[in-house]
Design a binder for this molecule. Structure first.
Ligand SMILES: NC(=O)c1ccc[n+]([C@@H]2O[C@H](COP(=O)([O-])OP(=O)(O)OC[C@H]3O[C@@H](n4cnc5c(N)ncnc54)[C@H](OP(=O)(O)O)[C@@H]3O)[C@@H](O)[C@H]2O)c1
Length: 285
């Protein structure tokens, strides 16, 4: 049986761990806090708290893992957090565990393009912000070690959609003309992409993991407004600086699709209708 470590058993990590377990893998999940590990106690695989940025802790917890998936998150934060969780975390996992295969869940935020153009894995990935540059540094470290970087778009899924949450709470706003593109992907399609990547012979590559259809911010809110029969959010002046950088691009999933992956939720509206809206926690609010 192949042993996989899910280093960062959070929203994506736990779904990934479930999928791998169901597929017959021997799974272990790590979280940062004992509380998070405790909350996953009922899972049919082991979950424990191991800080991946603590070399001694990782060394103590190390056993033989064939595959390691680094999907721990800095939870936002600044460059120091990024460096600790992504770069140092990846370095320590690679050096300590020496798995056959390694996947790092990076982000499509590394693309800084601004004109709404299509970008793929061959496009420049030159982030404007230090945090993005640390992701690129981590990708480079992963490449040097023969690993894969999966650049994830904005994740949504059961119980999670930043866009829907803002919309329902009345905090949503259409910025400027609302023509900035949003690139999104359903959590379960991410998990399936990670499993799919491990079935491929080439363990050393970069792939975008995003759905088929980038949507403008306006189109997203228009769809939600029509679907939920609520007013369209107010239009405000463009905010310029945004958390993930003032980029505006359409991220292509053509490479991953050509490698045989197919999203179960190819568009935001399909994912919302089939998987998110029926059970979103604040729908009744
Ligand atoms: N969310 C998005 O839209 C998005 C977009 C692009 C890329 N990504 C990337 O996708 C990955 C997964 O994101 P997510 O949304 O699933 O994150 P999440 O729900 O916040 O889960 C993160 C997990 O990582 C664990 N963790 C954090 N620091 C750790 C450390 N030092 N050692 C061990 N475990 C640690 C957390 O444990 P605790 O619960 O104990 O803190 C939690 O289990 C991340 O790499 C993120 O950067 C996310």
């Amino acid at each position: 049986m192949t042993r996989v470590l899910i280093a960062g058993c959070g929203y994506v990590g736990a779904a990934t761990a479930d999928l791998f377990h169901g597929d017959g893998w021997e799974v272990e999940g790590w979280t940062y806090s004992p509380e998070s590990a405790q909350s996953l106690m009922a899972k049919p695989y082991a979950v424990r708290a191991v800080d991946i940025s603590d070399r001694e802790a990782v060394t103590r917890a190390a056993t033989k893992f064939d595959v390691v998936i680094h999907c721990a998150s800095s939870g936002g934060g600044g460059p120091e957090d990024y460096r600790r969780v992504y770069l140092e975390g990846a370095r320590i996992l690679l050096q300590t565990l020496r798995p056959h295969r390694f996947i790092f869940t990076s982000s499509t935020s590394v693309y800084a393009q601004k004109e709404g153009e299509w970008v793929d894995e061959e496009s420049a990935a030159e982030p404007m912000h230090e945090t993005g540059r640390i992701l690129r540094e981590t990708e480079e470290l992963v490449r040097q070690n023969g690993g894969t970087s999966a650049r994830l778009a904005g994740i949504y899924g059961p119980g999670r959609s930043a866009l829907l949450r803002k919309f329902l709470s009345g905090k949503a706003a259409i910025e400027g003309n609302g023509e900035r593109f949003l690139n999104q992907v359903h959590r379960d399609d991410v998990a399936r992409a990670l499993l799919h990547l491990l079935a491929l012979p080439n363990g050393s590559q970069i792939v975008n993991v995003t759905d088929d259809q980038p949507l403008t911010q306006r189109a997203c809110y228009e769809w939600l407004a029509a679907k939920l029969n609520r007013p369209l959010p107010e239009i405000v002046a463009g905010t310029g600086e945004r958390k993930r950088g003032p980029s505006n691009k359409r991220v292509s999933n053509r490479k991953l699709r050509a490698l045989g992956w197919e999203p179960m939720f190819p568009t935001f509206s399909i994912g919302m209708e089939r998987s998110v809206l029926p059970a979103f926690p604040t729908m009744g609010a």
